[in-house]
Design a protein around this ligand. Structure first.
Ligand SMILES: O=C(O)CCC(=O)C(=O)O
Ligand SMILES: [Fe+2]
Length: 147
């Protein structure tokens, strides 16, 4: 699976084999494997958390590649639990926290369902004839480049 951010609020992953990689923030960042630890789950924040907190929390950019070393000889199973806001929830900054940065300009009025569709087509759809800008998610915030 190619590079993407999860579009919901939280993803909980249970893996036995490696293969999940994350791209840390920064223009020169390199992909790093996330090592599965016995008895542990991996928790990813998704785009809804970025929208709710105006970037205070970030969704990580991740991808799936072949498991490293000898692990590549085994079939990789991954149990993923995705949580996301209900379809009609507007993904806007929550009020009442001093920690959340001020919005710089107008906030787009996007509902959870639209966001999911936009992201799904943007990262998994055909790219021949689409306006890529309209599919952009929160990646630049996650990478902390120019934001
Ligand atoms: O298989 C994994 O470890 C993660 C899968 C994933 O990133 C996804 O389904 O969004
Ligand atoms: Fe994912």
């Amino acid at each position: 699976m190619g590079a993407h951010t999860d579009f919901g609020s939280i993803t909980i992953l249970f893996n036995r084999l490696g293969g999940l990689q994350v791209l840390p923030p920064g223009a020169d960042a390199e992909w790093v494997y996330v090592r599965p630890l016995p008895g542990h789950a991996i928790v990813n924040l998704g785009d809804a958390m970025v929208k709710f907190t105006n970037g205070l929390l970030r969704s990580n950019i991740h991808r799936i590649v072949a498991p490293p070393g000898e692990q590549a000889d085994w079939t990789r199973y991954s149990l993923a639990y995705f949580a996301r806001p209900e379809d009609e929830v507007v993904l806007r900054q929550v009020e009442g926290s001093d920690l959340i940065p001020e919005l710089d300009g107008e906030e787009e009025d996007v509902r959870s369902k639209e966001w999911v569709l936009r992201r799904a087509f943007g990262t998994r759809g055909r790219l021949d004839d689409v306006d890529l800008k309209s599919y952009i998610g929160t990646e630049m915030m996650s990478r902390r480049i120019g934001v």
